[in-house]
Write a protein that binds this ligand. Structure first.
Ligand SMILES: Nc1nc2c(ncn2[C@@H]2O[C@H](COP(=O)(O)OP(=O)(O)O)[C@@H](O)[C@H]2O)c(=O)[nH]1
Ligand SMILES: [Mg+2]
Length: 344
C-alpha cells in the first residue's frame, strides 16, 4: 500500500509517548477571509490519481523533451535538440553534458536504432541520476520529530507546512506548529487561524523573536508528547547574510530546546526559480546542513529539469514535490514516477 511517510518502528525499550489531542492555544485574531494562500480544508471528493496530476503538472517540462523523439532519426541533430531541451528545462550544463555523454555511449554499446529505444535509454539514465535524491520521510524516530522549514519568500513554506500537517494527521500523527515567520504579523495570524480551523496547535508570540517562538514550541511539543513539531520561518535570500545568521540562530536554539533537534532542516524551493534554485540549495545547505528539500510549483514551470542539476551538483534528498495548491498535490518524490511523467 502506498504510504506518505515511512514510520520507524518504536524500539521496545522506548516508553510510549503520550499523545494529547492538539488544541488551539489562542483565540482567532482575524477573519477567515485573510487566508488566501492557505489550503482548502476539505480535500475534493473527485481525486485525480497522483500519476495523472504529476503528468499534468510536469506537462510544460515534458512536452519540450518528449516531442524530440517523435519520428526522429538518431543523428547529431537529435542530440543537439536534446541538449537544448535539457538546458531549457534548467538541468544545467553539468547534468546535460553528463546525460548526453552517457546516452551516446549507450546508443553505441547497445546499438540502438530507433527513437523510442533512445528515449527509453534516456529515461533509464534519468532515473539512475535522480534516484539518489529519493528518500522516504521518516516519522517516529524521535518524539517529537522537530522540523525547521526555510526558504526564500513565496517559495511555499507555509502552505507546505499546512499540507504536511494535514497528511501527518491523516497518518495518526499529532502536530504542533511554530509561527516562526515573525517578520509579518499577518503571517503569524494566517498560520494561527489555519491551525484553529484544522485543530492543530500553533505556538506564536507577539514579541516576534523567531528563536524564542521555536524554543517554546519544542518545549511544548516535548511536554505534550506530540509526534511532530514544525517550525515555520520568514522568507529570506541567501544573500541577506544577517538573516541567514538569524536562521542559524533559530536552528541552534531549537537544539537547546531538544538535543539533536531539529531532526529535519528543510529548504522549500519554488520550481520556477531556475538555476537560482541551485544557488539557494548550496547557500542554505552551507548555512544549515539541510536534510531535505521540498520543490513546489512544478505545475507552473517548464524548468522541472532542475532536479537533475541538484542531483549532479548538490544532491540533497528531495522529500516532497508539489504540483498544485491542493493538499493531495504535495507528494513524496519518487524518481521513477517523476521520469515517467516527464518522458512517459
Ligand atoms: N501552483 C502552485 N502553487 C503553490 C504550490 N505550493 C505553494 N503554492 C502557492 O505559492 C504561494 C506562496 O506560498 P506560501 O506558502 O505563502 O509561501 P512562503 O512565503 O514560502 O510561506 C501560495 O499562493 C501557495 O498557494 C504548488 O505546488 N503549486
Ligand atoms: Mg510563509
Amino acid at each position: 500500500m502506498f504510504s506518505f511517510f515511512k514510520k520507524k518502528p518504536v524500539a521496545p525499550e522506548a516508553p510510549a509517548a503520550p499523545v494529547v489531542a492538539p488544541a488551539p492555544i489562542a483565540p482567532a485574531p482575524v477573519e477567515a477571509a485573510s487566508l488566501p494562500d492557505l489550503l482548502p480544508i476539505e480535500e475534493p471528493a473527485q481525486k485525480q490519481s497522483w500519476m495523472s496530476r504529476l503528468k499534468a503538472g510536469l506537462s510544460k517540462t515534458s512536452s519540450n523533451l518528449s516531442v524530440l523523439f517523435v519520428g526522429a532519426r538518431i543523428d547529431d541533430d537529435l542530440y543537439d535538440e536534446l541538449e537544448a531541451a535539457l538546458l531549457m528545462s534548467d538541468a544545467g550544463v553539468d547534468a546535460t553534458t553528463y546525460l548526453l555523454d552517457a546516452l551516446k555511449r549507450k546508443v553505441k554499446e547497445d546499438k540502438l536504432l530507433d527513437a523510442a529505444a533512445v528515449k527509453a535509454a534516456l529515461k533509464q539514465l534519468l532515473i539512475e541520476l535522480l534516484t539518489p535524491l529519493q528518500r522516504p520521510f521518516e516519522l517516529g524516530r524521535h518524539t517529537p520529530t522537530v522540523m525547521m522549514i526555510s526558504g526564500v519568500n513565496g517559495a511555499g513554506k507555509t502552505t507546505t507546512i499546512g499540507k504536511l500537517a494535514k497528511h501527518m494527521q491523516t497518518h495518526g500523527q499529532s502536530v504542533l506548529l511554530a509561527a516562526g515567520d515573525t517578520f509579518r504579523a499577518a503571517a503569524r495570524e494566517q498560520l494561527m487561524v489555519w491551525g484553529q480551523r484544522n485543530n492543530i496547535t500553533v505556538i506564536s508570540q507577539a514579541s516576534g523573536d523567531p528563536a524564542a517562538v521555536s524554543f517554546d514550541a519544542v518545549q511544548s511539543g516535548k511536554a505534550k508528547g506530540v509526534d511532530v513539531v514544525m517550525v515555520d520561518t520568514a522568507g529570506r535570500l541567501p544573500t541577506q547574510l544577517h538573516l541567514m545568521e538569524e536562521l542559524k540562530k533559530v536552528q541552534r536554539v531549537i537544539g537547546k530546546g531538544m538535543e539533536g533537534a531539529p531532526h529535519e532542516t528543510l529548504l522549500v524551493i519554488d520550481g520556477n526559480t531556475g538555476q537560482n534554485a541551485l544557488a539557494q540549495v548550496k547557500a542554505f545547505d552551507d548555512a544549515l546542513k539541510l536534510t531535505g528539500l521540498v520543490i513546489t510549483k512544478l505545475d507552473g514551470t517548464a524548468k522541472g529539469g532542475v532536479l537533475a542539476a541538484i542531483a549532479r551538483v548538490r544532491p540533497v534528498p528531495v522529500y516532497f514535490i508539489g504540483v498544485g495548491e491542493k493538499i493531495e498535490d504535495l507528494q513524496p518524490f519518487v524518481a521513477a514516477e517523476f521520469v515517467e511523467a516527464l518522458l512517459g
